[in-house]
Design a protein around this ligand. Sequence first.
Ligand SMILES: NC(=O)c1ccc[n+]([C@@H]2O[C@H](COP(=O)([O-])OP(=O)(O)OC[C@H]3O[C@@H](n4cnc5c(N)ncnc54)[C@H](OP(=O)(O)O)[C@@H]3O)[C@@H](O)[C@H]2O)c1
Length: 232
Amino acid sequence: MRYAVLGTGVVGRTLAATLGALGHDVVIGTRDPAATLARTDHDSYGNPPYREWQAQYPRIGLVPFADAGEFGEAAVVNATAGVTSLSALTAAAGGGGNLAGKVLIDIANPLDYSAGMPPSLNPGNTDSLGEQIQRAFPDSRVVKTLNTMNSQVMVDPARVPGDHDVFVCGDDIEAKQRVTELLRAFGWPEARIIDLGDITAARGTEMVLPLWLRLLGVIGHADYNFHIQRAV
Ligand SMILES: NC(=O)c1ccc[n+]([C@@H]2O[C@H](COP(=O)([O-])OP(=O)(O)OC[C@H]3O[C@@H](n4cnc5c(N)ncnc54)[C@H](OP(=O)(O)O)[C@@H]3O)[C@@H](O)[C@H]2O)c1
């Protein structure tokens, strides 16, 4: 199946590589492919420049956001910097219906670093990025998921021992079922996939990010995740 992943950072790369390994046709969307391929610096987390990663995955094409939005048919994955996601998705829509009717998997967090560290959430509390995206693209079927963990854990939950959970939310039941199947393919046990209901639940899953970031400092590495322990 054809997937488009919007985002050239570690999340986009990790999701694209995993989808490719599962046998899907994948492109990655970016603002300007030539500019992205010309980068030579490692990012602030030490990830290599895009072209070094690309050399290991020659079957994954790098295309402008609009071409990616058109290509993705099984789903379009939003793995862009959250405060810029609406702009990236507008480009992916291509001025037309590129995203209409499609499952739009939103992994982004609206982290605002403009006032330094730690980042704040924008929006937060009474709104969420997931809801903003669903409002901006009412014909798309937005499913928020995977945003509450590190990118390696997203596609390899066994990295973290024991039971731990992934959340999904969105307004379209069938879209959530398809995303749940994809999560199962990534290795998530059915029982560990928690459907929180409609897209307004994205407020909660985005607002755990300040806690997740704080834990990163306490634990000292990113191989951890949340587990909801229930009485029954
Ligand atoms: N890092 C993690 O493990 C992790 C875990 C959970 C959730 N997330 C969330 O996943 C998303 C991706 O994270 P990341 O660390 O992989 O990458 P990132 O650095 O947050 O985002 C990179 C992407 O954002 C795009 N972008 C940046 N500024 C833009 C602008 N002004 N207009 C349009 N697009 C713009 C970039 O486009 P170009 O390609 O053109 O540069 C690039 O594709 C974020 O929302 C993050 O909060 C990350």
